[in-house]
Each structure stands twice: as structure tokens, then as C-alpha cells.
Design a protein around this ligand. Structure first.
Ligand code: ADP
Ligand code: ZN
Ligand code: ZN
Length: 723
């Protein structure tokens, strides 16, 4: 390509790859972030090696000029390779992947300061209900007008009006304030012998500056964090950047505190909750290499670290690392690829590694480091099953007598308990006793979940919400609506009825929706201000509360129905993780598992603590079924608001399926979630041998077809969700 032409990967969802002319006097190189015109509009893009992104060549005379080069370091070659690999593997447009590296447009605009707004404390003379709502919700928070309006659920005009009255003021935020530098020697721990062995191998790997994946497999409370902190210390000492991925943003806050104890200051945090100014500051520091340690949710993975020396994926078994919309990628797997492109070690830390990860260890591709016991005096908890058929709870209750007694004793000892039920709200289904009417979401194949605290029913798939009904919409009778089944709120009610003096907390994504809320919960637990926590999967991971000694799993069977190939494994992981919250200090812990099938293999494995036997049996079953990691799946989801159009397209795709010995196509059939957010869904499931290049086949297969604009076809390679 002649010197005055450049191939650009543009952040445009459809056009993607385009050529431009480099005007006189402008200098660009592969990786440069540029601004390009498309029609009357401007888009950001990145200069790419033309041979790596083939497209139709356009004649020189038709080229438009690049408009500008951003004042930011070029996107490194390793990130460009990662973008290509991810797009290829997950059958996604490269521009959609690149968008994850350029997460913020403010980041490369040339504006070191941003004007934000915050409340001044003065109350305006005319306090309309909207203004009152805005001031109350904004509280101490600060942000752009748009951000404050979103927080307050009012229009931008309301916020601007408050600025005029002086109730809200402007503040200039410098987004180039440097971050403090973590000190590798600030607070080093005394490691146990096992910890020291693992740490020394990891330190060496960081020093070697080459690609090496590790599975850090340590029981809950064994000090995995402490161990990978040593690897981070080595990277810091070598002047290399580290990326730590966590599965939930709620876990970021406790991590920051813990990190500061070890390294003297907090790392750079990256997650969806950041304000524009924070995002800009973090992105710039990451891209310049100044941010030495970044901790974040999966979206931190694609950022342009120029000098990455270590990647850690904590709680690596968590399925929340799989993104379920846009680019359907698995952050754990892409993290390993990134380590390969960066030539640096990757540590996957977990107490309950995924079968896929264990398999990589068996194949000798990942090195396993084991921490077989808890740190210090802490012992693993005792686990008992409660057979709900033999020992049922009282009528209309959900906690069996043995668990209630244990709660009572734990309270009496002044210790804390945790009841785990992976269901938000009060009840998963509301029905009419008189006519049998069930409240279903109008947009989804799903029941409306009652949230009694908020007095409403809502759909957990699309967010559709209605006020709690007082009469049946079908037969119009009053007082005939009954709640079926429990959610955490209902368990909290039962606890309140049993122990009126106990201080309880409900922990779900409804109550812990921000890092600050999570920090508040942790502080209350640590100060002993909570006796009994009732929570969803959000409380199963990461937390360390030494005075928590009792865990009750309210419905251990919940995750087992649904026919998901990973159901048993996921149940095992989830219950092991939640059990891992018990007895982490000096006092021993006990776990009760309420189940209708205490004989099931997964329950037996939990009680006996024989994880190896369970994994061996599960792995064997996968091998026989040629399920992952021995075979592979890809789902093709065809959806449309027009049911007939979706069905017809799905059939057409099915008819065009290539006939190959290495691959089998199931369907199309209505997806288990036949309707989602108002769209009808049909699914084809491709099952193939491990070694088979299923992506190439699907690319050719779908590439030769066309369908109406109202139909969307999404491919999910290595799916985790089968709904
Ligand atoms: P895991 O992540 O393996 O569940 P953690 O890393 O959370 O375990 O460690 C459990 C607890 O033990 C934490 O409070 C941690 O600070 C403490 N701990 C672990 N190792 C050490 C050590 N070498 N020195 C002091 N405290 C430690
Ligand atoms: Zn009715
Ligand atoms: Zn819905």
C-alpha cells in the first residue's frame, strides 16, 4: 500500500474496514488512533496492517482524508493481534472487538480536564418534587449532567435548572492526575511453606517474561490472593504492568483495600460503574504504561496495556466471565490468549476449577500449583445434608428444623450465619388461587418475580416491571393471589419471624448494586452489625468474614434442573464456594445443604469432600457425550419480533447446513427461552469434534445466506448458556 494510504479499522458497526488518504504532514503508524469521516459523521478508528485486514480496494481518487490523529499512544501490536484472534474465534466483527479496547471516546480526545457537577448543600427556593428527588438521589455523588440525570432518574433540564439555582455547582476535574505507585515491599506477608513454594514458581515465571499459563488451585481460605500478590510484586519490581480480572464489580472494593494493605496504595480500578472522568483517567494511565496494576471486570481485558507482564484471573471458574451479548467471548479463555500475545504468565486462581481448565492441566498445557489446606489455624468446614423429604420444614416454611436449631445456636454464640438461595425477590411466581392465572412477562417466556420490598413484580430477563397487583387481572377476585416458592426476601421474612431480634441483611444485585454498597456491607459484617445474611450467588465468592461459622444452602437442587451440560459442575462449584465462607477464622464452620436428593452424585461429593471423585465422574460423562472439553458446541440463535420471520430464517439456515462427518447440527427448535425482550427465538446447536475448525465452517455456511433486516442471527461459540 503506498505511503499516503492507510487501512483503518473503524468503530462503525457495519462498515468496519475502510481505506483513507493520509494528508500531507500527518504521521500515522499501525496502531495509531485516528478520526475518520463516514458520510457527514466522524468516527474513531485504528490504523491497521493492510495485509491482516483484507477488504475491497478503493481507487486513490475516491479516498477521503483522515481527519486527525489522537493524542494517545498507538494501540500495541499485541492488542491488534488479540482483536483479530477474538473476532475470528468468536465470529464477531473486528470493529466490535476493537470497541472494547477503545472503551471511552473521552480517553483519546484532547481534553485533560472535564467539568463535573455536585450538590452544594443549598436548597433551591422552588423545590419541585423532581428537584427534591434529584438532590436526594445525587447525595454526595459527582458527575456529568447526563450522569447525574441518570442517577436521579430526571431529565438533563432538571439538573441544569438546579445548577442555575446554585444547588448544584460545577467542578473542574483533572483527568491526568497521576496514580500512586504500588510498592512491592510495602507489607510482605510471612508465607506458609505451600504458599512460598507456589509464590516462588510464579515469581520466576514473571521474571522469565514468556507465556506460561498456571492454574492456582487452592481450597477456599488457602491464601491464593496472598500468593498471586507475590507474582504482582515481582512484576512491579521488574517495571511491568499487571492486570487482575475479577468476576463481579462488587468484589472490586474489598480487593482494593486488601491490595492497599500489601502494596501501600490502591490499584487502578476499571469497571462499568466508572464515571466518564474516572474512565478517561484510568484509560490514559493504562495506555501510557503508568498504571502498574489494574483490577477490573472482564471489560478490562482488551485495554491497551503497552507493557503487560502478568495476567491474573481470580475465581476463574466463574461463568460471569462469559459475555452473553455483543461479542460472546469468554474472558478466561481470551486472557490466556492475551498472555500468549504478550509473552507473559497467566494465573487462573480458583478453589473449584472448571473441568475445561483441569483438562488443560492434564494435557500438560497449564501448570498446576496446589494449596491443599487453609491458611493458619482455620479448618475446612463440616458439611451435612438435610434430606427435605425426611426432615421437611414446617408448612409454609423453607428452613428445616435442624437448620433452624443451628441458626439459633450460632446466634447464641454471637457468631454470624449465611443462608444461600440463588433467587432474588420474594417469590418466583404469583398465581391466582381462584382461576389459576399466572403472572407472565409480556416480553419473555418467564414468570414475573415478586419483589415485596419494592411492592412490584418484575421480569429478571428484560426488566419489565408492574406494581404489585391487588386483584387478579383474569377473574377480578380480590385476595386470591398467592406467592409460590421462595426468594431471598421470603427467607428473610421467615428468619425475622423465627428470630425477631436478629439483625439481618439481604445481599443480592438489588441491594449491592455498586462497589460502595458492597464496601458498606463488608464493613457492617466486619463490625458484627449483622447476625444473619441471606444472599444469592453474590455472597458466595471472595468474602472473608472470620466470625461467620454457619452456612445453610436453602435449596441445593435449584441449579440442577434445566438440562444444562454444566449443571452438576456449577452446583458443585457454587456450594463449595458458599461453604468456603464458613469457618475461615479460628472458629470451625458448619454447612447444611437442604436437598431432595441427598443421594445425587454432586451432593455425595459435597458431603464427603471428595472433589476428585466427582470431577473424575463428570469428566468421564463429558468424554462419553463428546461434550466440552472433548467436543465443542456453537449455538446459532435466530431472533425477531416477527415470529414467522425468525422461524423461516432458522429453517433456511438449517436446510443450508453442511453435511459433514465431524459435525452435527441439531434444530432449529424454539429456544428454551422462546421469547426474550419481545423477540421470538429459534436455536440451532452445532456439535463438533474438538479438533474441527467449526468457525470456518459456520463462517462459510452463514456467509452464503441472507435474511431479512428484521431478523438477527447471533453465533455463540463455546456457549455457557443453553437457554
Ligand atoms: P482464598 O482466596 O484462597 O480463599 P485468601 O487469599 O482470601 O484465600 O486468604 C484467606 C485469609 O487468610 C485472608 O484473610 C488472608 O489475608 C489470610 N492469609 C492468607 N495467607 C496469609 C499469610 N501468608 N499471612 C497472613 N495472612 C494470610
Ligand atoms: Zn383469578
Ligand atoms: Zn421479560
Amino acid at each position: 500500500m503506498p505511503g499516503n494510504r492507510a487501512r483503518i479499522l473503524v468503530l462503525h458497526p457495519v462498515l468496519g474496514i475502510l481505506d483513507y488518504r493520509v494528508p500531507q504532514g500527518m504521521h500515522v503508524e499501525p496502531g495509531s488512533i485516528v478520526v475518520v469521516p463516514i458520510g457527514p459523521r466522524q468516527y474513531a478508528g485504528v490504523v491497521w496492517e493492510p495485509e491482516r485486514l483484507p477488504t475491497e480496494e478503493v481507487g486513490d481518487n475516491r479516498l477521503r482524508n483522515l481527519l486527525a490523529v489522537a493524542d494517545a499512544p498507538p494501540i500495541p501490536a499485541s492488542v491488534r493481534r488479540l482483536v483479530e484472534w477474538t473476532a475470528d474465534y468468536y465470529l464477531s466483527p473486528p470493529s466490535a472487538v476493537l470497541a472494547m479496547a477503545l472503551r471511552t471516546s473521552a480517553a483519546f480526545e484532547n481534553a485533560p480536564t472535564i467539568v463535573e457537577y455536585r450538590a452544594t448543600g443549598t436548597v433551591p427556593d422552588r423545590l419541585t418534587p423532581q428537584r427534591a428527588q434529584a438532590l436526594e438521589r445525587i447525595g454526595e455523588r459527582q458527575g456529568l449532567v447526563r450522569e447525574l440525570a441518570t442517577i436521579a432518574e430526571v431529565s438533563d433540564a432538571v439538573i441544569r435548572g438546579l445548577v442555575k439555582t446554585g444547588a448544584i455547582e460545577a467542578v473542574v476535574v483533572d483527568t491526568e492526575t497521576p496514580y500512586p505507585l504500588p510498592d512491592p515491599n510495602f507489607g510482605p506477608p510471612d508465607l506458609s511453606a505451600d504458599q512460598a513454594d507456589a509464590a516462588s514458581i510464579l515469581r520466576q515465571a514473571v521474571g522469565a517474561e514468556s507465556f506460561q499459563p498456571f492454574l492456582l488451585d487452592g481450597v477456599t481460605g488457602s491464601g491464593k490472593t496472598e500468593v498471586y500478590f507475590e507474582a504482582i510484586a515481582a512484576a512491579l519490581a521488574a517495571g511491568k504492568q499487571t492486570l487482575v480480572l475479577l468476576p463481579e464489580i462488587a468484589l472490586t472494593e474489598p480487593f482494593l483495600t486488601r491490595f492497599a494493605k500489601r502494596f501501600g496504595c490502591e490499584p487502578v480500578a476499571w469497571h462499568s460503574g466508572l464515571r466518564t472522568s474516572q474512565r478517561r483517567r484510568a484509560w490514559r494511565a493504562i495506555a501510557s504504561g503508568e498504571a502498574m496494576v489494574t483490577v477490573g471486570a472482564r471489560s478490562a481485558l482488551f485495554l491497551p496495556y503497552p507493557n503487560l507482564g502478568l495476567i491474573v484471573v481470580d475465581e476463574a471458574h466463574e461463568t460471569s466471565f462469559k459475555q452473553e451479548d455483543g461479542v460472546h467471548y469468554h474472558a478466561r479463555d481470551v486472557a490466556v490468549m492475551r498472555g500468549r500475545f504478550e509473552q507473559c504468565p497467566v494465573i487462573l486462581a480458583s478453589a473449584t476449577p472448571a473441568i475445561e481448565t483441569r483438562h488443560q492441566v492434564e494435557l500438560g498445557r497449564y501448570e498446576e500449583l496446589k494449596l491443599p489446606s487453609r491458611f493458619g489455624a482455620a479448618e475446612m468446614p463440616r458439611i451435612e445434608a438435610i434430606d427435605l423429604i425426611q426432615e421437611p420444614p414446617e408448612r409454609g416454611r423453607w428452613l428445616a428444623p435442624r437448620l433452624v436449631k443451628a441458626l439459633e445456636e450460632t446466634l447464641a454464640r454471637g457468631e454470624q450465619s449465611l443462608l444461600f438461595l440463588n433467587r432474588r425477590g420474594y417469590a418466583p411466581l404469583t398465581l391466582c388461587r381462584n382461576c389459576g392465572h399466572r403472572f407472565q412477562c409480556p416480553n419473555c417466556t418467564a414468570w414475573m418475580v415478586e419483589h415485596r420490598l419494592l411492592r412490584r413484580l418484575s421480569c429478571h430477563h428484560c426488566g419489565h416491571t408492574i406494581p404489585a397487583p391487588s386483584l387478579c387481572p383474569e377473574c377480578k377476585s380480590e385476595d386470591t393471589l398467592v406467592a409460590c416458592g421462595p426468594g431471598v426476601e421470603r427467607i428473610a421474612d421467615e428468619v425475622a419471624a423465627l428470630f425477631p431480634d436478629a439483625r439481618t441483611a439481604i445481599v443480592t444485585s438489588d441491594t449491592l448494586w455498586s462497589p460502595a454498597k458492597a464496601a458498606e456491607f463488608v464493613a457492617r459484617m466486619e463490625h458484627g452489625a449483622i447476625d444473619i445474611v441471606i444472599g444469592t450467588q453474590l455472597v458466595t465468592k471472595g468474602y472473608h468474614f472470620p466470625n461467620l461459622t454457619l452456612v445453610g444452602v436453602v435449596d441445593a437442587d435449584l441449579g440442577l434442573d434445566g438440562g444444562d451440560l454444566r449443571a452438576a459442575e456449577r452446583t458443585f462449584q457454587q456450594i463449595m464456594q458458599v461453604s468456603g465462607r464458613a469457618g475461615r477464622g479460628e472458629k470451625p464452620g458448619t454447612v447444611y445443604i437442604q436437598t431432595h436428593s441427598p443421594e445425587a452424585r454432586v451432593m455425595q461429593a459435597l458431603i464427603s469432600g471428595d472433589a476428585e471423585a466427582f470431577y473424575a465422574a463428570e469428566t468421564e460423562a463429558r468424554r462419553e457425550a463428546e461434550a466440552p472439553p472433548f467436543g465443542r458446541y456453537a449455538a446459532i440463535i435466530v431472533s425477531s419480533e416477527d415470529k414467522a420471520a425468525a422461524e423461516e430464517t432458522a429453517r433456511m439456515i438449517g436446510r443450508a447446513a453442511p453435511q459433514l462427518a465431524e459435525m452435527h447440527v441439531y434444530g432449529p427448535a424454539p429456544a428454551p427461552l422462546a421469547m426474550l425482550r419481545g423477540r421470538h427465538r429459534f436455536r440451532l446447536l452445532v456439535h463438533a469434534r474438538r479438533s474441527f475448525d467449526v468457525q470456518d465452517v459456520i463462517r462459510d455456511w452463514l456467509g452464503g445466506l441472507s435474511w431479512s433486516a428484521k431478523v438477527r442471527v447471533a453465533v455463540d461459540v463455546d456457549p455457557y448458556s443453553f437457554v
